[in-house]
Design a binder for this molecule. Sequence first.
Ligand code: SF4
Length: 340
Amino acid sequence: MTVLAATDNAVLVRVENLSVTLAGAVRAVDGIDFQIGHGECVALVGESGCGKTLTALSLLRSLPPGVEKIDCARMEFEGRRIDLMGRSDLRRLRGGQAAMVFQDPTTSFNPLFRIGDQLVETIRAHRKFSRAAATKLAMRCLGEAGLEEAARVFGSYPHQLSGGQRQRAFIAMALSTEPKLLIADEPTTALDVTVQRQIVDLLARLARQRGLSLLLITHNLAVVARLADRVLMMYAGQIVECSTVEELFSAPAHPYSRALIECLPSLERVHSRPPTIPGNVPRPGHWPTGCRFIDRCARAAGGCELPQRLKAIGHGGRLVRCHLAGGLKNRVGGGDESGG
Ligand code: SF4
């Protein structure tokens, strides 16, 4: 089995052969392997419907309605088997050792309780703190998350804060339990463009200061470039490329990665329409039998109608699910070797 390895030996999370099945026996995530190292930021990237969020939620064994089951050969957090954990261990893991920040800070908090009360409650659910000690820690975490008026935020209801303040407060709550892993699911998507950059910088600073591992779920390649060490590109329930962030942006190896990067806004194309990838991600249950990208791939040729396996490119642990990978001239903007 292929293992998408962390960049060093200190593995925090190890997932082997993970599949998620929706109601009606429809596969939405299909045999995923990956690892996250201590202090490493791994980005799960792809369009909506590729299976990114289901993959991340599976790590916490916390799946939304409509999911029938998760299967895996092995799922570990610091060497402990998540897939074999009972309820109380899972409770300690969720929000304790592994915390999650969601896309929409408006719905992340309970609107009926003050921000401070929700932080104190979370801290006391995971750590043996008195109310006074938890209050002190909550105030400190709000300050660390860049909320200068921590006392005002502590006493506010969620609706009294701006979107950016709510996201900072939620990050403060996620970090208040001193997790080793932070799962950030599209953490900037619901925010104004000016605030997005501040939140990305905040996550980068906190991850660095705390030696935190990050699993970043996003379709925003600018956020990936700023935060990630390693990228797992997902398409139709599978990982189609695993590379370092430098490899991905300098020479994307899978035609899907390459197409996504070519769609990025560019000053050179300021007077022309940006390129797009034709069509949509096929829905679970409607995946092509061969390469799942075949209907949208400009390079589809003979052999693409067969199922594709991840294959190693070079010697650095880079993996690509395309039989032409390695034979393509992959610099963005360049053609393939046949001139196509
Ligand atoms: Fe495109 Fe063929 Fe590679 Fe699939 S296998 S990504 S269709 S070139």
